[in-house]
Ligand binder design. Structure first.
Ligand code: NAD
Length: 264
């Protein structure tokens, strides 16, 4: 434990269960002395998120469906009843119809393209828009992305296109908020077995491929992501904004299959 986040208050969005990347981030932040609030997507998740928030001593647990502007407004109004300022926000949210997270990108429907962009891209901008109004200089915003934004990955399809747009929005948001001393960054995490990931075709194969071919010869954990989030959300990251930080065991630097990787 350390006190890197002592005196800082932040909102964690996208916790579904203890496998969630949001949980790895929340535990690292709580361990560093942060005071946390959580939002959950719907009644079904409330009973999962409340006990986890309780474990970290966080009494503030509020609903928010990021597809709905009124719901995002209600979240921030609810937050203001507890806190008059905010130091950080974590957006660990993404969605696409899983029937389109397999097969060919070219077969993406207009409806699911719009939905994926709305939930996985615009929602971060919508959240930052509200968070900015509660933040002082030193504020920090973080979202989660994946290498499928930069290179073609099997089955990732429309989510790759959405993550590319999300990464671009991080750069634009960083410029807009930078003048006020607020930073905006993304972590590009390697594959981790979570609820959302289980919707992606051949996910076990993707995990194996990364394990055999990344420089560290392993997959990353939600604790690995938590450590990087602590850097970006604390004052250790004070000079870093608009960045996409890879936490992927180095996979993104590799150009071909490792010589010691088994045939798959
Ligand atoms: P997860 O299933 O634990 O979390 C996804 C969260 O998104 C859930 O809490 C869900 O409730 C929330 N969500 C979806 N639609 C929503 C809506 N309309 N309103 C509010 N919340 C909504 O999975 P995860 O893997 O921890 O995903 C977190 C983020 O990390 C996502 O952006 C994902 O794309 C990204 N990511 C995941 C991996 C991986 O391999 N797991 C790798 C890189 C990036």
């Amino acid at each position: 434990s350390n006190q890197l986040m002592a005196g800082k208050r932040g909102l964690i969005m996208g916790l579904a269960n203890d496998k969630s990347i949001a949980w790895g981030i929340a535990t690292a932040l709580a361990d560093a002395g942060a005071e946390l609030a959580f939002s959950y997507q719907g009644e079904a998740l409330k009973k999962r998120v409340e006990p986890l928030a309780d474990q970290l001593g966080s009494p503030i647990v509020l609903p928010c469906d990021v597809a709905d502007e009124a719901s995002i407004d209600a979240l921030f109004e609810g937050l203001r009843e507890h806190w008059d300022s905010l130091d950080f926000v974590v957006h660990a949210i993404g969605f696409s119809d899983k029937s389109e997270l397999r097969g060919r990108y070219v077969d993406t429907s207009r409806a699911n393209f719009a939905l994926s962009m709305d939930i996985s891209v615009y929602s971060f901008t919508a959240v930052v828009q509200r968070a900015e109004k509660m933040m002082r200089p030193g504020g920090s915003c973080l979202t989660l992305t994946y290498y499928g934004a930069e290179r073609v990955m099997p089955h990732y399809n429309v989510m790759g296109v959405a993550k590319a747009a999300l990464e671009a929005s991080v750069r634009y948001l960083a410029e807009d908020l930078g003048k006020d001393g607020i930073r905006v960054n993304a972590i590009s995490a390697g594959p981790i077995k979570t609820l959302a990931a289980s919707g992606i075709g051949d996910f076990r194969y993707i995990m194996k491929w990364n394990q055999y071919n990344s420089p560290l010869r392993r997959n990353v954990t939600i604790q690995d992501v938590g450590g990087a989030a602590l850097y970006l959300l604390s004052d250790l990251g004070s000079g870093t904004t608009g960045e996409v930080l890879h936490v992927d065991a180095g996979y993104h630097v590799v150009g071909m299959k490792a010589v010691d990787a088994p045939d798959m």
